[in-house]
Design a protein around this ligand. Structure first.
Ligand SMILES: [Zn+2]
Ligand SMILES: [Zn+2]
Length: 275
């Protein structure tokens, strides 16, 4: 007999007044075309007061910015993901820099290197990454860095541009504690994804436990990387609560403390304090 689909378990409760910040998701993606406003409402009800929705190419950067215009708590990053690095020509970068003049654009991203999928040759990824790091420095915006199986090269490039770059985050962090310390030494934040809630993620849990809380933020990367207990289903910003809860358990602090500090860190990173 086929089991009846169970109703979704209620989210853990955030203490009154506590706020969360989802530092990274992709609300413009097709996954939300039918119910984006519901998804945003659910996030607000769960205590997620601010959300960064992130561009991956020119069309998604435009779409991300459009979304922010109708939702006060939503901000965005514009940029070209390493998968689309081939599209990062002069015209595209010029438009990215024009979009970035909007007050709702709080970062350049996501940019970086992805040697896991290698949809684009290394050289093109590196060029697009460097150009967008320079653009961010020019515009005095922080960067959202995507690094998959490219730790060494990503760090080498970041070290070269470090004097230019004032703020940034290594999103969906996938390295170990040694790498995390190097990232923090460059003045960057580490963003912990819902992967933290999975079993057998000891390296990431160690990062969550050992890196100073002042350098940690949290993200969903929705619609991807759904945390437990919804692993395998579509992710959404409300679920950043599970990652906050997991972080609080790992560090032996309250959920309210984990929420308050990661939210404050995000507000500093994206210059959104008091906004
Ligand atoms: Zn990414
Ligand atoms: Zn992403």
């Amino acid at each position: 007999m086929v089991k009846k689909k169970k109703n979704r378990a209620p989210l853990p409760e955030l203490p009154p007044g506590a706020r969360l910040f989802d530092s990274h998701c992709h609300l413009d993606m097709e996954d939300y075309s039918a119910d984006c406003s519901e998804v945003i409402k659910r996030a607000a009800r769960a205590g997620v007061s601010k959300i960064m929705t992130i561009g991956i190419d020119l069309p998604s950067s435009r779409a991300a910015l459009r979304l922010t215009e109708t939702h006060p708590g939503i901000f965005c990053a514009v940029g070209i993901h390493p998968h689309s690095a081939a599209a990062a020509d002069d015209a595209a970068l010029t438009e990215i820099s024009q979009l970035a003049r909007s007050v709702k654009v709080r970062a350049i991203g996501e940019i970086g290197l992805d040697y896991a999928k290698m949809y684009c040759p290394r050289e093109e990824q590196i060029t697009a990454f460097r150009q967008q790091l320079e653009l961010a420095a020019e515009l005095r915006l922080p960067v959202i860095i995507h690094d998959r199986e490219a730790h060494e090269e990503t760090m080498a490039i970041l070290r070269q541009v470090a004097p230019l770059q004032q703020r940034g985050v290594m999103h969906c962090f996938s390295g170990d504690l040694t790498l995390a310390r190097e990232v923090v030494d460059l003045g960057l934040y580490i963003s912990l994804p819902g992967v933290l809630t999975f079993n057998k993620t000891e390296a990431l849990r160690e990062v969550a436990r050992e890196i100073p809380l002042e350098s940690l933020i949290i993200e969903t990367d929705a619609p991807f990387l759904t945390p437990a207990p919804y692993r395998g289903k579509r992710n959404e910003p409300a679920y950043v609560l599970y990652t906050a809860q997991c972080l609080s358990e790992i560090r032996g602090i309250t959920l309210a403390e984990a929420a308050a500090q990661t939210t404050l860190n995000c507000e500093k990173l994206f210059a959104l304090e008091g906004k």
